[in-house]
Design a protein around this ligand. Structure first.
Ligand code: ACO
Length: 429
């Protein structure tokens, strides 16, 4: 609701800009009518100061290091809830009753298998394809396999698509992994919980019995929970922008996966671990710290810094605890990469450059360490992020489609190219 206005004085005219007040967070200047009234655009590359939508799903206070899903702090959810309950919360806005949870779990569980024909689709990829490349393709192709849930104007179809995506993404991510290492696909097992089922699909083989370690399943579930949503980040905004044209949900989520792949976003956990391996030994850390500070060197310390969190990343705090537990459990605390990670964290947190620029380890710094200890190759880090974030993307997409104010996303530009000029024939140039 706008209860105040800001004044803009431009070219001798006064314009009133309504100030919108959120439940929490900074006020927002409503500039929707500005272009029509004053013939100006606003300029905000990277959208660092632009609210692109109303949302009731996730709240972040970057200065205080707070992250809430539907009002519940992430620390409480990570400690007391589980990923499927968090999925329910993100999708429907409230924590479920026991009966609602049983029903939701049953609906997700019954959708974990993928159409058998999709196996052939996987086999069309090169066997050494990155699992993210395979996932972008396969999730996009879901619209061809499940076209009975692609009508975005049908609420029931939107619901079915949401459940299918949440249920099938672990299966697809595990299949992409198995394909990339030449092992047979493992079917989902519906007597296992969500995280155990994923671990089983990744690590079991027909030749040997595989017992899921419950402590590792809990750590996996926590990784899913911590990544489930993060308001209007690059991949979520991509999903919303793709969806604003009326594109089907599978195509939109494939677009989100493509965006997430980049090393400045979800690809950072892979990039971080590769960087730790490249550093190799603790004595080389100062060299890399110096590179990160050098303005003429594009190198950045992967796993450090965040667009929104400028004090600490609350997910990183929980993830660090999980990392310590998993490393203890697996007895791999003396792994050289992990030694480099611990020392790098210590040195960077004490370094003036990182303190002054408020660069703290982010969630990806620790998630990579846990996933490596669990036995995942680095190429699987971003797919795991993608499957965790799918619920956030789909909740945000559903919110947008259900919003009567929804219109196609169409940013403007500050054109700095040539002025009008006439075509010159080839021979005359
Ligand atoms: N290492 C060294 N310097 C850094 C780093 C870093 N990781 N991150 C930012 N800086 C510096 C920048 O060079 C800049 O310096 P300047 O003020 O002298 O120009 C200053 O800190 C501010 O950084 P910006 O790039 O303006 O911050 P922005 O909000 O645009 O970027 C980002 C955030 C993309 C996450 C950045 O910190 C980064 O690239 N980090 C490494 C990649 C990474 O870990 N990404 C994961 C993000 S979390 C996620 O997606 C789940």
């Amino acid at each position: 609701m706008a209860d105040k206005t800001a004044k803009l004085h431009l070219n001798g005219q006064n314009y009133d800009l309504p100030i919108l007040s959120p439940t929490k967070g900074p006020n927002v200047l409503d500039i929707r009518k500005l272009y029509g009234q004053a013939d100006v655009f606003t300029y905000d590359p990277g959208f660092t100061s632009t609210a692109s939508c109303d949302s009731t799903i996730t709240f972040i206070d970057g200065d205080k290091g707070e992250l809430w899903y539907r009002g519940y702090p992430i620390e409480q959810l990570a400690a007391k809830s589980c990923y499927l309950e968090v999925c329910y919360l993100l999708l429907y806005g409230e924590l479920p009753t026991e009966a609602q949870m049983d029903d939701f779990r049953a609906r997700v569980t019954r959708h974990t298998m993928v159409h058998e024909q999709m196996h052939n689709f996987f086999r069309g990829f090169r066997r050494d394809a990155h699992p993210m490349a395979t996932m972008v393709g396969v999730v996009g192709a879901m619209s061809a396999f499940y076209h009975d849930s692609t009508d975005v104007n049908d609420e029931w179809q939107r619901e079915v698509a949401a459940i299918r995506l949440i249920a099938k993404l672990p299966t697809i991510a595990a299949m992409a992994y198995k394909y990339s290492i030449g092992q047979p696909f493992v079917y989902p097992q519906n007597d296992l919980d969500y995280a155990s089922n994923f671990l089983n699909m990744c690590f079991s083989v027909p030749a040997e019995k595989y017992e899921v370690n419950p402590a590792l399943a809990r750590a996996m579930d926590r990784i899913f929970t911590l990544h489930a949503d993060h308001e209007q980040n690059a991949s979520t905004s991509t999903v919303r922008l793709a969806g604003s044209s009326g594109a089907n949900p599978f195509a939109c989520i494939a677009a989100g996966i493509a965006c997430l792949w980049g090393p400045a976003h979800g690809g950072a956990n892979q990039a971080c671990l590769e960087m730790l391996r490249e550093i190799g030994t603790v004595d080389r850390i100062p060299e890399y710290i110096a590179k990160a500070k050098d303005k003429s060197d594009p190198f950045k310390l992967m796993g450090f810094g965040h667009r929104v969190y400028k004090n600490f990343d609350p997910r990183a705090t929980v993830m660090k605890e999980s990392a310590d537990e998993v490393l203890d459990l697996l007895g791999v605390g003396d792994n050289p990469t992990l030694q480099v990670a611990k020392e790098l964290e210590k040195i960077a947190l004490e370094d003036e450059y990182f303190i002054e620029k408020k660069l703290y380890p982010n969630v990806d710094f620790y998630s990579g360490i846990i996933l490596e200890a669990m036995g995942f190759p680095t190429s699987m880090f971003t797919p795991i992020f993608a499957l965790s974030r799918t619920v956030g993307w789909i909740a945000q997409w559903k919110e947008m489609i259900g919003d009567p104010q929804n219109k196609i996303g169409r940013p403007r530009q500050l054109y700095v190219g040539s002025d009008r000029r006439d075509y010159v024939d080839l021979k005359a140039r």
